[in-house]
Design a protein around this ligand. Structure first.
Ligand SMILES: [Zn+2]
Length: 460
């Protein structure tokens, strides 16, 4: 037997736990996990001695900014960051210009990934054109995405066509999505509560990062919790699989836990900033660069607990880059700043660092970044797991390398990260997509167009 690639000498994270094995790759697939002593010909051997061999991250929440906002990032620069960060599959988001809301705009964005993406990809369109919901599903998407948001005094980052907050309309859409079997990603938000809460804060003249952070976290996160309750109840009523974006409050996590117990098909995600950023100190020192949101300490504790016990089943970045100019205005006019923060390049490493710190088990990290997003978004057996027959999407990490994240290393066009200056103890050394190395030892080597659509394997 001869194979294309043997990854030798590493500790391999499999669904059955971490084992000492060599990983065999041929024609882009994992074809074996074998003992060190098994002799066979390999065109290439990578020495992973002393390293962890992990599945690539499947990041279902990524803002590539293409088309429409390429001054922030584009598909090529986003997937360069993905490759460096161990992310082998991304799902893009619909808040683009034009927004991805129908067959035509979805086809356009697919063509852009095909020519530019270094890693595998899919895209989550907004299901706001009713007659396009099923046809878009038939094009190979894995999910839809909606914002329960109407932004105050700005059209970005949630442009027209990507938001619905009327409950009847949401139920109607869930009924239709339920016929596709695909998952519905919802950004939970109660707009009428937000209008009242932020109105009071703005009336006090607190158009600041602190005021903004206070608004979103007000009354222990009531604008999130009421929306999550509505989404869960409607999903249950429609039989529609849902995914709650950026969970961050104690009561939201409790609500998801209860919904799972009564059989609702719900997943939820934690973005990098909830466990690793967004303290009050970050709000004060990083201001508009830290936000999205403030996660008060008791909610942060609930987030960690939810990550450990599996209530929070998916880690996805919500990578949301904005330029310094778009952020700077926020020091004095926070409601005019673009919110969201970049994260795809460092999230996996921050999670592995959390393993070293004893905050999470390695098994939980692998489940959250790879196994569960793949399984819950229709890619079971294809992505997210180092098992025979799966795509050879593989990350090699050194769990004993201390290094410091700096703005200089950022591969995004924006040239900054909220983690500038942070020292962590785990580092991704290589990233492999379907057997092709796209990142090695600090250099992105993957070519535009290497990525293919992440799709369920046709039954043969
Ligand atoms: Zn987002």
């Amino acid at each position: 037997m001869s194979v294309d690639l043997r990854i030798a000498g590493g500790r391999v994270a499999t669904p059955a736990g971490t084992v000492d094995a060599d990983v065999l790759v041929h024609d882009g697939l994992i074809v074996g996990l074998v003992g060190r002593d098994v002799a066979l010909d390999a065109v290439r051997t990578i020495d992973a001695s002393g390293k962890l061999v992990l599945p690539g991250m499947v990041d279902v929440h990524v803002h590539t900014r293409e088309p429409g906002y390429e001054h922030k990032d584009d598909i090529l620069t986003t997937t360069r960051q993905a490759a460096a960060g161990g992310v082998t599959t991304i799902f893009g988001m619909p808040n683009l210009a034009p927004p991805t809301i129908d067959v035509e705009t979805l086809r356009d964005v697919f063509e852009r990934y095909e020519s530019s993406s270094i890693v595998d990809w899919n895209h989550n369109p907004a299901p706001t054109k009713f007659d396009d919901i099923v046809p878009m599903g038939e094009m190979g998407i894995r999910a839809y995405k909606i914002y329960m948001v109407v932004d105050t005094g700005r059209t970005y980052p949630h442009p027209a066509g990507t938001g619905i907050h009327d409950h009847g309309h949401l139920l109607q859409i869930m009924d239709r999505i339920a016929t596709t079997g695909l998952r519905f990603i919802v950004h939970p938000h109660d707009q009428s509560l937000m209008d009242y809460i932020e109105g009071e804060i703005l009336a006090r003249g607190e158009n600041t990062p602190q005021g903004y952070a206070t608004a979103y976290a007000a009354r222990e996160g009531v604008i999130w919790d009421t929306a999550v309750d509505v989404v869960l109840r409607l999903a249950e009523a429609a039989g529609c699989p849902v995914h709650i974006a950026h969970i961050q409050t104690r009561r939201s996590i409790e609500a998801v836990r209860r919904a799972k117990e009564r059989g609702v098909d719900v997943t939820c995600e934690v973005n990098h900033w909830a466990p690793f950023l967004s303290t009050w100190n970050d709000v004060e020192t990083l201001g508009p660069y830290a936000l999205s949101y403030w996660v008060p300490d008791d909610n942060r504790a609930a987030v960690w607990e939810g990550m450990r016990d599996g209530t929070i089943d998916i880690a996805s970045s919500d990578h949301a880059p904005h330029t310094r100019e778009e952020k700077e205005i926020g020091w004095t006019e926070m409601w005019s700043a673009h919110t969201g923060t970049p994260g795809i390049q460092y999230y996996y490493e921050l999670m592995l660092d959390a393993v070293n710190k004893g905050q999470l088990s390695l098994d939980r990290v692998v489940e959250m970044v790879a196994e569960v997003p793949a399984a819950k978004f229709g890619l079971a057996g294809v992505k997210g797991t180092l098992t025979v027959g799966a795509d050879a999407d593989i990350v090699i990490a050194d769990m004993a390398e201390e290094w410091t994240i700096t703005d200089d290393d950022v591969l995004s066009k924006i040239g900054w990260t909220p983690y500038n200056g942070r020292t962590i103890s785990a580092r991704i050394e290589r990233t492999i997509v379907r057997g092709t190395e796209v990142y090695a030892d600090g250099t992105v080597i993957g070519l535009p167009g290497t990525g293919k659509i992440a799709a369920a394997r046709p039954q043969s």
